[in-house]
Design a protein around this ligand. Structure first.
Ligand SMILES: C[S@@+](CC[C@H](N)C(=O)[O-])C[C@H]1O[C@@H](n2cnc3c(N)ncnc32)[C@H](O)[C@@H]1O
Length: 273
């Protein structure tokens, strides 16, 4: 992959055939190639130093309920996976079985995540969240429903993905309503960008999926642009672009909040070639 705009332009067969008519197309291709090359360089650096990435979250000083505190104390041995050593995870040992793996980043309070897992007992569900009350609430739900196919991690998902999960280990990676960081000066905090995709694509199995939803149009556009230029990923929407709301995705807490505020919802599912 080259980072040099002039080389990309010269190398374009479209431009050679018709230099004037195709110049806009070639320029767009060159821009995409440049963004991709930069993303790959950044991804290579972040793979070694995930702690250098601008954090996609701020830990809120949300109050823990007594039940959530108790859940963190008493249910952690059963459902919480300790990743503090940042070593590779042995999912078969964690879940006590080999099964397709679904990883969800930022499950919030965990209701929709646990609901999906309950309806899908043949897959293992690993949720990653940094918000302690959410992790406590999620473990309470897992216990209440008696689910054996769900585990949670209380840690920065970016570090977990780069350090603890191996190539071709994930069947489905899902990110529903990630923090939108709407102000332009905060866009660098958005979880989904080119370097994120360069890092996570190799973790997906071939044919595996990356699923996203957001209620922020501008973030949806960013997600789509990044996904479209990510090598090895293709859009599963028959006509490209966004999918109609999939029936397999339960309504999430943030989605409900967005609905109340009159926001739209954009769903994306891309698969690894
Ligand atoms: C806007 S909330 C959405 C929660 C849930 N998915 C929903 O739709 O209701 C985004 C969540 O992602 C979590 N989050 C953001 N960045 C994260 C990261 N790097 N690792 C783990 N969790 C993260 C936040 O703590 C927050 O709970």
């Amino acid at each position: 992959m080259t980072d040099d705009l002039s080389q990309v332009n010269t190398a374009s067969p479209a431009l050679e055939a018709n230099p004037t008519a195709n110049s806009a197309e070639a320029e767009a291709a060159a821009k995409a190639a440049k963004a991709q090359a930069a993303a790959e360089r950044e991804a290579a650096h972040l793979k070694e130093h995930p702690e250098h990435r601008v954090k996609s979250f701020v830990i809120r000083a949300g109050r823990m309920t007594t039940a959530q505190t108790k859940a963190l104390e008493e249910l952690s041995p059963k459902y919480l996976v300790d990743v503090s050593s940042l070593e590779k995870l042995d999912c078969a040992a964690i879940f006590g079985r080999e099964a397709p793996l679904v990883v969800e980043i930022g499950f919030g309070m965990g209701k929709s995540f646990v609901e999906m897992a309950q309806k899908d007992p043949l897959r293992n569900y690993l949720g990653i969240e940094v918000h302690p009350p959410g992790v406590g609430a999620c473990m309470l739900l897992i216990e209440e429903l008696g689910l054996t196919n769900v585990r949670v991690i209380k840690y920065d998902a970016f570090e977990v993905l780069t350090k603890c999960l191996g190539p071709e280990s994930i069947d489905i990676l899902q990110i529903f309503f990630p923090d939108p960081w709407p102000k332009a000066r905060h866009h660098k905090r958005r979880l989904v960008n080119d370097s994120f995709l360069a890092l996570v694509t190799p973790l997906l199995k071939h044919g595996g999926e990356i699923r996203m939803a957001t209620d922020w149009e501008n973030y949806a556009e960013q997600m789509l642009e990044c996904l479209e230029r990510a090598p090895e990923l293709h859009n599963t929407a028959p006509n490209g672009g966004y999918l109609p709301r999939p029936e397999w995705r339960p309504l999430t807490k943030f989605e409900q909040r967005g609905e109340r505020l009159g926001h739209g919802v954009w769903d994306l599912v891309f698969a690894r070639d």
